[in-house]
Design a protein around this ligand. Structure first.
Ligand code: FMN
Length: 231
């Protein structure tokens, strides 16, 4: 219930008052973002934090001059892998195996399977896949901010290529995907503060289906489950 109250409290703040979010609350939100699940546990994105006002001013221009960029306390920027490579995936799985005290080759069969699929899917698909993972972390951060009574604005309204250039991400193997301002609402100056939340009613949003509603699938996909088992 507490989470639902927090999610009802939060809204995409349009105007912030410049008050600073404490280090403790910031770290709580960053930790929630870090704990997000990701496909294969690869955590194929990182999080960049900006509170430098001069840099925020430069980012604002790239983000259609949205006022929250400079009125916020901190700006969080998710940057995801632009592609998967054998080297990159191996390195991450090795780190994972080190933490779990398992040999580095433990994930080899699984890694070969996903790399085969990912290579066939192409680089655009790979970048998109990694970006999708970053949005899970983004969602967690939004919920954590609400729990901490920190206002936040989820934002896609920015020129990703320009931001990558500004932050020197271009050519680093990462691309910015989505950003989140953290701060405190300007109760009187924000036209959206106090407005009713709009969401589809549950009956329209949720559909329960049974086998009777499902279509016949003629082509079947075969997956060798042995490839997915830990050796
Ligand atoms: C991925 C994403 C991108 C968004 N981009 C922007 C943005 O650039 N600027 C903005 O003011 N709001 C942005 N929003 C806020 C949405 O408009 C807002 O979340 C939506 O209308 C639901 O309202 P609520 O968040 O106030 O409940 C974005 C939200 C999401 C999830």
């Amino acid at each position: 219930m507490a989470l639902l109250n927090d999610l009802n409290w939060r809204y995409a703040t349009k105007k912030m008052n410049g008050n600073v979010v404490s280090e403790e609350k910031l770290n709580y939100i960053l930790e929630a973002a870090r704990l997000a699940p990701s496909s294969s546990g690869l955590q194929q994105y990182k999080l960049i934090v900006v509170s430098d006002k001069a840099l925020l001013e430069k980012i604002q221009v790239i983000a259609y001059n949205q006022s929250q960029i400079t009125d916020c306390s901190h700006l969080l920027i998710w940057a995801a892998w632009d592609s998967y490579s054998e080297h990159r995936v191996s390195e991450r799985f090795n780190e994972m195996m080190d933490v779990r005290g398992l040999p580095h080759n433990t994930m080899d069969a699984y890694k070969n399977t996903i790399m085969d699929l990912y290579e066939k899917a192409g680089q655009d698909w790979q970048a998109h896949h990694a970006a999708k993972q970053s949005y899970i972390s983004f969602g967690m951060a939004i919920a954590a901010a609400a729990e901490q009574k920190v206002d936040a604005t989820p934002m896609e309204g920015f020129l990703a290529d320009k931001l990558d250039e500004l932050l020197q991400l271009s050519g680093s193997g990462y691309r910015s995907t989505v950003i989140l301002t953290l701060g405190y609402r300007d109760e009187t100056g924000d036209w959206l503060a106090g407005m009713k939340k709009f969401r589809l009613p549950k009956e329209q949003f949720v559909t329960e289906v049974t086998l009777a509603d499902a279509a016949e699938i003629t082509e079947s996909v075969t997956i060798d489950l042995n490839d997915f088992k830990l050796k």
